[in-house]
Design a protein around this ligand. Sequence first.
Ligand SMILES: [Fe+2]
Length: 245
Amino acid sequence: MQNQLSYPPRLKALLAEIESTEQISSQLLIRILKSYDLKADDFAEFTDFGHDPRHSYGRTKLHTGKNFVMYLMSWAHNDFTAIHNHGLTDWGAVVFLEDVDHRLYTLEDNHLLLAARSSIPMGTMVPVKGDLIHSTGNNTEKPSMSLHIYGSHLPLGVPNNPSRVYEPEKKRVRITSGAAFLNGTENLSEPEPGITTDEATLLDYMNMVLPYYEKNRESDMVSYIKSVIRDPAIYFAHLAGLPKS
Ligand SMILES: [Fe+2]
């Protein structure tokens, strides 16, 4: 973890204010964040655009507090999270320091559906709770970043642990300590099979993740995804078409 003493003064002040605020909520957190007028330049030294290509985005843990955690996410071209929730998070916020591509999902009886897709403009702040299921990333050529704070009413230093990562290409859910890397290897427990979706959600998702698998030369998965994009019936027909994971 980054030594807090090396933080810029404004970030140190923000962390101290969050730490000392009793009975915090997402709305109160957002009011605090707005008073700091945070900009991308404030976090330039913490970016990780040159991350391991097997990680699908840059993820820098800035601080673990007594009941919250703060991350800076770095989004290079075609960097995306997997679809994920936020574990035990009771309160929190995302600050979009640049424009960020965002997909919101619903989940009912393991049926995952794309509810909305938009480009969230720089400066937007949105509340986060554990049951928020989304994917964020960058489909533009311009590098982007966002600040993420996940808090708990309990003394949990990392409230987004455990998180659920939804993997339509593998028809399963993986449990992680908070990371939402595409094709991640972290499994806190046995992955849970049985995720279903519809054709529109599937095609949007497969096109989103294809560049990641191509970059990492995952040839079996790349050919599977391309075949599903050409003919989605392959995906819905049976499990035999799934590539080896
Ligand atoms: Fe998230």
